[in-house]
Design a protein around this ligand. Structure first.
Ligand code: ATP
Length: 303
């Protein structure tokens, strides 16, 4: 395996409704869809769709979503032998309500994801040691994230930490042990308490984090592109122009693709450019994992 993603999986339960029910009211809604998501699973699937060999360490609940989640990962080529059941829990789910104005209301229930523990890292240790890159997010308990970072350091594995969703208590000393720290602009704002509306503000907030000892800071800025900061050096990647239809999961597409190309050739700027193109391609389609192009489709998009 090249890449180990230690993180979350979620099942999106999407109800399309003409209007939202009031308290005590029952309404009929015209449509429903079920989708596989979770930041960890999305990033694993993006890298695997591009051809990376990816394993995932994750927890599912003791329910009917578990089997579907494992099969979905396997369908996209992700090794799921370390995706295990947390007894007595529900799988992570996200009930999403979309009204006729395309407004979302989303609830997140972490379920089994909250039970991924250091013992799960130990159980996968022999396979993890063979990976070259570990990818982490914050939809699992922080002590597990810290344990994974320690494990990676002890075993010479590079680490990408995507601090999403932003957690106020994140220990920046652990972030500094990672090779790449990759927030989006909202997470950067929460982590620093500084405004990020203009490019100058983004760079100022970035410098504040770098000043605390980060190695490489890569900030995704939605339709404004992305920026890589290392020491005093700043490298900007312009957004790839596309007609965006659905931007959900764009950040995960970016990170999964970046991980794949980083492992392929080790050139950070080139991997970012590919990630930017890949994420742009993903926003031209609906959904998260389903909108991620495979290697052939991505190749056609570029040409
Ligand atoms: P999510 O939480 O939905 O996964 P995010 O907020 O973490 O997304 P963004 O910063 O919005 O991630 O987007 C990630 C990357 O995707 C951007 O840096 C950019 O390269 C690309 N991207 C996003 N939106 C667009 C767009 N409208 N046009 C072109 N590229 C886009």
């Amino acid at each position: 395996m090249d890449i180990a993603v230690i993180g979350s999986n979620m099942v999106d339960l999407i109800t399309y409704t003409n209007s939202m029910p009031k308290a005590g009211e029952t309404l009929e809604a015209p449509d429903f869809a079920l989708g596989c998501g979770g930041k960890g699973a999305n990033q694993a699937v993006a890298a695997a769709k591009l051809g990376a060999s990816v394993m995932m360490v994750s927890k599912v609940g003791e329910d009917l979503f578990a089997d579907n989640t494992v099969k979905n990962l396997q369908r996209f080529g992700v090794d799921a032998q370390h995706v295990t059941v947390a007894a007595g829990t529900s799988s992570g789910v996200a009930p999403i309500f979309v009204d006729d104005q395309s407004q979302n209301r989303i609830l997140i229930i972490k379920g089994a994801n909250a039970h991924l523990s250091p013992a799960d890292i130990d159980a996968a240790a022999e396979d993890l040691k063979r990976c070259r890159l570990m990818v982490l997010q914050l939809e699992i308990p922080l002590p597990t994230v810290y344990y994974a970072i320690d494990f990676a350091r002890q075993n010479g594995i590079q680490v990408i930490l995507n601090p999403a969703p932003a957690v106020a208590g994140l220990d920046i000393d652990y972030a500094c042990q990672c090779d790449f720290f990759m927030p989006n602009e909202t997470e950067l704002e929460i982590l620093t308490g500084l405004p990020v509306s203009t490019e100058d503000e983004v760079l100022r907030a970035g410098q504040m984090l770098l000043g605390r000892g980060l190695k490489n800071l890569i900030i995704t800025l939605g339709s404004r592109g992305s920026v890589w900061m290392q020491g005093d050096a700043v490298h900007r990647i312009k957004p790839t122009p596309v007609k965006a239809i659905d931007t959900s999961g764009a950040g995960d597409a970016f990170i999964g693709c970046f991980a794949h190309f980083l492992i392929q050739h080790g050139d950070i700027a080139k991997a970012m450019q590919s990630a930017s193109d890949y994420a742009a391609c993903s926003v031209t389609g609906r959904g998260t994992q389903l909108s991620y192009p495979d290697a052939d489709t991505f190749h056609r998009f570029l040409n």
